[in-house]
Design a protein around this ligand. Sequence first.
Ligand SMILES: Cc1cc2nc3c(=O)[nH]c(=O)nc-3n(C[C@H](O)[C@H](O)[C@H](O)COP(=O)(O)OP(=O)(O)OC[C@H]3O[C@@H](n4cnc5c(N)ncnc54)[C@H](O)[C@@H]3O)c2cc1C
Length: 343
Amino acid sequence: MQDVKDITIIGAGPTGLFAGFYAGMRGASFRLIDTLDQPGGQLTALYPEKYIFDVAGFPKILAKDLVKGFAEQALQWKPGVHLGETVTGLRREQENGKPLFVVVTDRDAYPSRTVLIAGGIGAFNPRKLPLKDVDRWYGRGLHDRVLKTQEFAGKRVLIVGGGDSAFDWAVNLQGVAAWITMIHRRDGFRAHPATVAQVRELCAAGKMELRTFWELKGIHGDARVERVTIVNNKTKEEDTLAMDAVLPQLGFISSLGAIAEWGLDLEKHDIKVSQLMETSIPGIFAAGDITTYPGKLKLIATGAAEACVAVNHAVHFINPSAKVEPGHSSNMAIFGQADDKTD
Ligand SMILES: Cc1cc2nc3c(=O)[nH]c(=O)nc-3n(C[C@H](O)[C@H](O)[C@H](O)COP(=O)(O)OP(=O)(O)OC[C@H]3O[C@@H](n4cnc5c(N)ncnc54)[C@H](O)[C@@H]3O)c2cc1C
């Protein structure tokens, strides 16, 4: 089992990352756990290439750039970061008469004095292609997500889907991939009209192909993806295309999973919290999209504010003599400022 931390943060979305920053600023040890293999939650998984206009202090910022800032701010404290791990259970033990939580994942167990649930809309898992032998192609040319665009350099890529991510990657892999064919099962799209227009322009210029009413029927090859069979769902016509990579962008399935079984007070799929971001179990706090209370807004800005409240109260929960009020970062010695009045 891992070492005991003050705060175990479930979820490395914007709320979890900002909670991490605050924990470090308050001198609390912490770790971050997330199912995804990259930080950023919904911003990374659902809309990395979209501009956000309502984050305090940024007139406009790309989601992926905002994540970079959140991550840099949180990781300055060098916490334990456990990506690609899903929280599956919780054990409640005692340490010197105080509660000790053991957060169990599909890989390990993490003891902690408090827990902060920043799980957003739940653990994300990419929706898989409905093909029988789909698992055999992972690592052989089938990618759920783009981690590095260079993985697609010089390749013929089939993108499957009609949402924002499919269109964003059709645009963003231009100049990297040798050729892009995009297929979608209907002719309506759930993507930003400006990106759809961009893709149509690229098609008109002969730089890629978009086929509507086509679906993927099979992937073929020896060691790696070499060809795909696609089928027109109206005419039943089939076509076989030489392809090096397949990139399904079919969205994500999200689920609160095991956290829903912990005995926390829930309202539908959200965790009820007090003004102090306490859940119904003392020592377990929650913040961000996963919480509910009268007047709740599910936004990045409110998640950050809630993270700040939750962490300051978690610190006070662990050590009742620690002030809840953090003081002003602009005065703190921890940031190299001379005039530290936070004691
Ligand atoms: C298309 C789109 C556009 C948006 N635009 C804006 C906007 O312009 N402005 C704005 O303010 N908001 C916007 N939002 C909303 C914003 O993205 C959310 O409010 C924000 O992401 C919430 O952050 P969070 O950290 O609370 O949750 P999330 O971002 O959902 O992150 C939660 C993380 O917890 C992880 N997790 C959950 N359960 C587990 C588990 N059991 N084990 C391990 N990890 C787990 C998930 O994998 C995820 O990474 C938009 C949302 C969408 C979908």
